[in-house]
Design a protein around this ligand. Sequence first.
Ligand SMILES: Nc1ncnc2c1ncn2[C@@H]1O[C@H](COP(=O)(O)OP(=O)(O)OP(=O)(O)O)[C@@H](O)[C@H]1O
Ligand SMILES: [Mg+2]
Length: 212
Amino acid sequence: MSGKFITFEGPEGSGKSTQIRRLADRLEEVGISTICTREPGGTRMGEAIRNILQHDAIDEPLSERAEILLFTASRAQLMDRIILPSLNAGQWVLCDRFIDSTMAYQGFARGMDIATLDGINDFAIFDRKPDLTVLLDLDIEKGFERLAVRYAGGGGEKDRFEREASDFHRRVRDGYHKLTAREPGRFCVIDAARTIDEIAEDVWQVIADKLI
Ligand SMILES: Nc1ncnc2c1ncn2[C@@H]1O[C@H](COP(=O)(O)OP(=O)(O)OP(=O)(O)O)[C@@H](O)[C@H]1O
Ligand SMILES: [Mg+2]
């Protein structure tokens, strides 16, 4: 039997990576074999692309169209090499960002054509959409406050997107809301302005209700 495919989306610092780890632990506790992966990245090629996209590994301005195609190249590689084989083997897959990040960031925030992006995404994912997408909804200022704490504790440095202006990030958040209105059945919107435990409990309730 095919495993379930769950993606986590949300603005910077909304708690995606934290909540994915919590959900994976909980699924393993009830005996569901789970893998966690992330975008861009998750494969060796994807991680190389991630370095270009997030960390300016190549010292050259990135064209907006090249940016989209690099994200979706990483996605196609992850889909073919990790996500589809794992689902087919009955494992559950949790992915930190996926198609909706392209729509929110490159579509709604950068203003690239939505229908074009839908077509590129469909090509990259072989028509296998997530069974459920958890949107961690958080005020962008709160997200950046959390990241500031993470950086102060030695947790990396700002990536190319985090350096964008506040307006950009507001459009990202609004974009996510438009995406949930478009596909209400796939999305579950969770208020991420609470404690890690409260959010994890809500996520677990939704997964238990809808997928287990
Ligand atoms: N509910 C919460 N309340 C307070 N702090 C939190 C909460 N969830 C996560 N954090 C902390 O906020 C920071 C950002 O969380 P996390 O890295 O999980 O977010 P993210 O959405 O994955 O961020 P990014 O967009 O950078 O990948 C971390 O230092 C994390 O420990
Ligand atoms: Mg993260």
